[in-house]
Every structure is written in structure tokens, then in C-alpha cells.
Write a protein that binds this ligand. Sequence first.
Ligand code: SF4
Length: 154
Amino acid sequence: MLKYIPSLTDTVIEEIPHRVTLAVEISNCRGNCPGCHSPFLREDIGEELTPAIVDKLIADNFGINCFLFLGEGKDPEALLALARHIKSSYPGIETAVYSGREKVEDSFYEVFDYVKVGPYIESRGPLNNPDTNQRLYYHGKDITSVFWRKKHTA
Ligand code: SF4
């Protein structure tokens, strides 16, 4: 089972480049990042995220073209099944996942268009910090530097 925090679900434009993204915070994080920015996400809180809930979230947020799982929880099969559901039901919506792990399984790259990896290290900062250890891949290609160009031209 995958759980999310309904009150934190939001439409965002910064997390995934050039996409209008519906971001869903997933609890039960299995990471242990030093300086974790959201310790509550490591707890077993929130409500179950089911295909029916995903359908409702997408219907309620017309115009999005990306669905982002902010975290991967502790049930990879449930996570991958939800991503497959989105890909098969909504051809115009890409899938994304933010993982706090250094590496994820190949199956993640098969069902997610965007995959972010790397634990959060406070001294190195998030994706928009050129010193970051984190990486964002699009169809297997490292596109992390897009965030740095955005920062420098802002
Ligand atoms: S991935 Fe790391 S920073 Fe994010 S909630 Fe989990 S432990 Fe905290």
C-alpha cells in the first residue's frame, strides 16, 4: 500500500522542467537523509493512494501534463502499479518520482519518464544548487543542469 498526504497535494511548475505537474507527497519514506527536510514523511501517515484516487486527482486538476510522486514509500509494487495505471490511462500525462536513494531499479526507468535519485544532503542543497549530489533523469538522460541554467538566468 502507498500512502499520501492529501493536504499537501499541489500543482507545481518548478519540480519538473517545462511541465505542469501534480505533486503528491508520499509518506513512509525509507530514506535516512542527514538533515532531512521533512521528517514527518518517514512516518506511517496519510491516506491510501489508489488508482481511483489518482483518477480523481487528475480529473480535479485538468491541464496537468505530469504526475509526480514526491517519495516512493515502502511498497515498490504499489508504486509501480500506480505509475503503470497513469501511463496506460493518460497518454498525455508523464510520470515522475523523487527517490531519496542513490540508485533505483531498472523497472523505475520503464514506468517513470522522470526519475530523481540521491539523498538530500543539506550542505550540497537540492537540484537547483550546482553543488547538489542529486540527479534528475528524463528517459535515462541526466537533465539536472537544466535547473542550474534556470537559476543563473533568473
Ligand atoms: S528522501 Fe530524505 S529528505 Fe526526503 S523525506 Fe526521505 S529521508 Fe527526508
